[in-house]
Design a protein around this ligand. Structure first.
Ligand code: ADP
Length: 226
């Protein structure tokens, strides 16, 4: 569960990036966050990842007050949340296999676990045929599917996908959305930000709309209404 309790964020003295944001994301939900550029979506995501702290209020992950976590507790939190970004953030000098193996090594997995799990997760994102390809040998959609595979390999409770389809054409966008839906069907909570009306409408789940740092709509099975 994620719980934003009256969260405001001031980067400087001008108007707040977030202004009294209150909401709960329950385990297993698929929540899409929409809003114009500057609405506060990235700031909200950064607070879940402890990359920024609230100026007022608190953000909880289960019973953990994220803004107060330090050291080992912060590392443990970040292990429980998989992340996917618009710019993929893959390691360019490593193959698809090695990109995922690297994330498993960092989480202390054994060589046996790596050898058995990497092909499996690549199949899940339809990249079994690209296992020994480097990112520059893959399309944008394939790179993003690899980034998703890496995000889920250590079985996080939640995936945060910040504009994951921002660089993709409609067909690759569709495939990435289908994979996020599949991951959600398998039980992982998904929080997605997007500008893409087609993406929101094709998911058909909860939509939070932000405007000037506030939540202005929260639709259980929403569509895009900016
Ligand atoms: P979105 O992701 O919806 O485009 P952001 O969360 O990036 O929105 O931005 C919300 C507001 O906060 C904007 O006015 C933006 O200029 C401001 N902002 C974001 N990051 C910073 C920062 N690091 N320093 C100062 N202002 C920032």
């Amino acid at each position: 569960m994620i719980y934003f309790n009256k969260v405001s964020k001031y980067y400087n003295d001008s108007y707040p990036a977030l202004a009294g944001v209150d909401f709960v994301v329950s385990p297993g939900e698929f929540v899409t966050i929409v809003g114009h550029s500057g609405a506060g979506k990235s700031t909200l995501i950064k607070m879940i990842l402890a990359d920024e702290k609230p100026s007022e209020g608190s953000v909880f992950f289960e019973s953990l007050d994220i803004g107060r976590l330090r050291g080992r507790d912060l590392i443990n939190l970040r292990r429980r949340i998989g992340t996917v970004f618009q710019d993929f953030r893959l390691l360019p000098n490593k193959t698809a296999y090695e990109n995922i193996a690297f994330a498993m090594e960092a989480a202390g997995k054994t060589d046996e676990e790596i050898e058995s799990d990497v092909p499996h997760v690549l199949d899940l994102v339809d990249l079994g045929h690209k296992i020994f390809s480097f990112p520059h040998e893959m399309s944008g959609g394939e790179r993003q599917r690899l980034a998703i595979a890496r995000a889920i390999i250590n079985q996080p409770e939640m995936i945060i996908a910040d504009e994951p389809t921002g660089n993709l054409d409609p067909i690759n966008t569709y495939e990435v959305v289908q994979i996020l839906k599949k991951i959600n069907d398998l039980g992982t909570t998904v929080i997605l930000t997007t500008h893409n009306k087609g993406v929101v409408d094709s998911i058909g789940k909860r939509v939070i709309t932000m405007e000037k740092g506030k939540i202005v709509r929260d639709d259980k099975a929403g569509s895009y209404v900016l």
